[in-house]
Design a protein around this ligand. Structure first.
Ligand SMILES: Cc1cc2nc3c(=O)[nH]c(=O)nc-3n(C[C@H](O)[C@H](O)[C@H](O)COP(=O)(O)OP(=O)(O)OC[C@H]3O[C@@H](n4cnc5c(N)ncnc54)[C@H](O)[C@@H]3O)c2cc1C
Length: 298
């Protein structure tokens, strides 16, 4: 079912931009993905509530997208409405040692503000291209640090359409996962430590040195590291570094990344994922689990 003729109804509910039949490659760091019926930028909480109520009432599927940096959207696209939190969801408020940030704020911006106000605790997020909302849902981080470890509270819209503030200890944060997927994340508060600009910049530099540099479109690590092992090492040992299907290639610099070296289709990336999983399972008996989220129609 195509929902693109809904735009007029939605225009009455929200003030943000509405796009019809938009290729999702525009919204994802992988630069792949078929069309979404509607992409709606929502600026305010009351508009978000109205929109969700309408979509639920009419059984119209919806999907909240952040910066699209952990997503593989299928070539057939997504039916229904893609919701992008904009406007007031991009606000940042700093009070003492606390930063309050809307779900649409990028981690990059959050880190920039923490540097500006000499606040330490977010240095490890350097180079993670997600939004606050997507990063909390994914519990984004690096070895030893993740966003769930520095967040103080998260404000969400519950399935019952209530705004609820969850204290960090009420939320379950796992390795690149959380139990927040039942909610729409609205904003979050981070309690940070006072530090000097120099010390913060030095820590950021150390984290940057540990990061993989990759130029082609990608979605970061494809697989979670299995317990006690590294996915990239297993894929490399399986001889798949540089292996490609169509324009989807196992990044020669780090085998847990897949890069889109031209016009890769989601199908190519999915075939490459299957190939990697089968080879690693056959050679090492390890079942690699996806870190990225695959979404869209079949
Ligand atoms: C070059 C590169 C490097 C990366 N490095 C890292 C890294 O070091 N560590 C790491 O952990 N990740 C890394 N990633 C992956 C990615 O950046 C993180 O997972 C990031 O947190 C995802 O945020 P996003 O806003 O892009 O989410 P999206 O990809 O847009 O969405 C991810 C999930 O979050 C959901 N979501 C988004 N916003 C909301 C919201 N407001 N409410 C409810 N659900 C929401 C979506 O529905 C989806 O299920 C990297 C990616 C790239 C491309």
């Amino acid at each position: 079912m195509n929902y693109s003729d809904l735009d007029n109804e939605i225009k009455d509910l929200i003030k943000g931009k509405i796009e019809i039949n938009k290729p999702m490659k525009k919204y994802t760091s992988f630069k792949v993905g078929g069309k979404a019926d509607i992409v709606a930028a929502v600026d305010q909480i009351d508009q978000l509530k109205k929109l969700i109520a309408y979509l639920k009432e009419n059984n119209i599927p919806y999907f909240v997208i952040g910066n699209g940096t952990n997503l593989l959207i299928k070539d057939e696209g997504i039916r229904g409405v893609i919701i992008k939190l904009s406007g007031s969801f991009k606000k940042i408020l700093i009070t003492g040692q606390t930063i309050q940030a809307g779900a649409g704020v990028t981690l990059n911006k959050l880190l920039e503000m923490s540097i500006k106000y000499n606040l330490s605790g977010l240095e490890f997020t350097t180079g993670i291209p997600g939004s606050v909302g997507g990063s909390l849902l994914m519990n984004a981080g690096i070895k030893g640090c993740s966003i769930g470890g520095v967040v103080d509270w998260v404000k969400v819209l519950s399935p019952e359409m209530k705004e609820v503030i969850l204290k960090a200890k009420e939320i379950k944060f796992y390795y690149r996962e959380s139990n927040l997927s039942q909610y729409i994340i609205l904003e979050a508060g981070f309690s940070l430590e006072k530090s000097s600009r120099k010390a913060i910049l030095e820590r950021i530099k150390l984290y940057q040195e540990r990061r993989t540099s990759i130029n082609f479109p990608n979605a970061g690590s494809i697989f979670k590291n299995p317990l006690g092992r590294f996915a990239g090492e297993l894929i490399e040992k399986a001889g798949l570094k540089g292996y490609s299907i169509g324009d989807a290639q196992v990044f020669p610099g780090h085998a847990n990344f897949i890069q889109n070296i031209g016009r890769a289709k989601a199908k190519d990336i999915l075939l490459l994922i299957d190939k990697i999983k089968e080879t690693v399972q056959a050679q090492f008996g390890v079942n690699l689990e996806l870190e990225i989220k695959v979404v869209g129609d079949n």
